[in-house]
Design a protein around this ligand. Sequence first.
Ligand code: ARG
Length: 576
Amino acid sequence: MLHRLLQQRLQEVVANILPDADVSQVQVQPCPNPNFGDYQTSALMSLGKARKMNPRHLASQVLARLDVREWCDRVELAGGGFLNFRLSPTAVAQMLQSAVLGEHLFFEPVGPPRTVVVDFSSPNAAKPMHVGHIRSTILGDCLARTLRLLGHRVVTDNHIGDWGTQFGKLLVGWKRYLDRAALQTDPLVEMERLYKQVNDTCERDSTVLDAARQELVKLQAGDAENLALWQRMIDESRHQFDGVYGRLGVRFDHTLGESFYNPRLKATVQDLIARGLARESEGAMVVFFDALPELKAHPAIIQKSDGAANYTTTDLATLAYRLETWHPDEIIYVTDARQQLHFKQLFAVFRRWHPEARTRLAHVWFGSILGEDGKPFQTRSGDTVRLVDLLDEAEERAFRVVSEKNPELPEPQQREIARLIGLGAIKYADLLPNRQSDYVFSWEKMLALNGNTAPYLLYAHTRICSIFRKGGLDGLALGKGIGTTFPLSAPEELALGKQLLNFGHVLEAVADEYRPNYLCNYLYELAARFARFYESCPVLKSVAPDREARLNLCDLTARVLKQGLAALGLETPKQM
Ligand code: ARG
């Protein structure tokens, strides 16, 4: 990858000039503005400042010793000490060539593979999955796919909330008010109704609340009847979750769930007490963070005054288990913004509990989905939107578009294309905004054929496929059969080629910063550069060697689009 070769060369020169500097901080990035160059580094400015040197002077010293003529036409010193690199067309052509020969698709494994646990989706059992679960599911899946693509060992774990106080109420409801017919039709809806009914009654009638507590105690003590009912509720929930995951194409290596850690909770609390990290406070067991200004006012309760463990206890036990079992280099938790304090506390307790652990812990949080009125996204009647209904509607709306555009296609084929577009549109709309901001859910926007949307990108891909169909070249193994020279005579070809080269950089950025929106924007820019190329450069009608080179550019673009969309979790139809 060119940016890494440049970076290595740059680091060598910096190490020569400043033997004690940490050169890993010296990085090369794609230039945000192509007028300045293709790549740049701003590292010499921070390095210069940190050492009280004149940054521009340092940059010019580096520039004087830097030889990157193999790859660059020009390197310029700019501003307060930027270096801007302009790639030579020959270097771009060489990279395109090796990609055509199947040596790479503009990315390669980053260093030694790391083991990364991704904890995502993690809905609570006995409730229908609703729109609130979609972001964790889609973001987490995309991060897992991207990390895998880059060669890391990824362990996905769905930490479902299958153990908790809600089961006391659910057991009372199940025993007293169960509607068997409703259970048959939709078990999750019935369980939700039972929960609400008991919850409402509790507010008026404290004997019901007591009953719920007793059922919970019995369950926790291993009462056979309650355990069997609980198991039934979990099975129904998991069955429904699996249906949604199947439709979304999301797979988990493990679904251990909170209940799995039950047998480890007591020992976790004991150990924290024994190590002097937790102490009693008003009957509860608490970890205080006197040395951490941010958490000083927020001690973590790890055992409630009634002796019960809580969400934090379970997460601590889970962390310890994951460390023992998978020895991860990194654990990523994908949840909404409201859990930020929980994870800060969790990580802080864990660092003191296992000071030897080198595992990087990341809470990847996200904002809410809003309706077009700017309020939390709801149905017309004010209920939360169920995920299955949302997916149905996406497919149905996409079907209307597809059947209108392609009336000649047989319906089953229209339905299949609509499925990919509808689900793709939902995923893409979720991944495109900065994850930390709220976004407005809009069918019109996400299904638009123009603009930065899934349909636009999927369409860009099918358009390239159709060039090959038209040319009678469908299914041809490009590269080997079709020539590998790239004259890149038109500026649009060079611009497209350079964008292809940046695929690997963007995948790394997504994985490092947990931001799929980088990849969305990259693919959109790729499609835009392709469109400009295709407008100004004839492909099938041109002659050798341009024709071969352009066909190869088309093929490489289609492959990067497909691979990039796959990393986002989108499947690409061949025709639309
Ligand atoms: N079940 C939780 C919820 O719905 C999310 C769990 C996230 N993962 C974790 N290890 N805490 O809010």
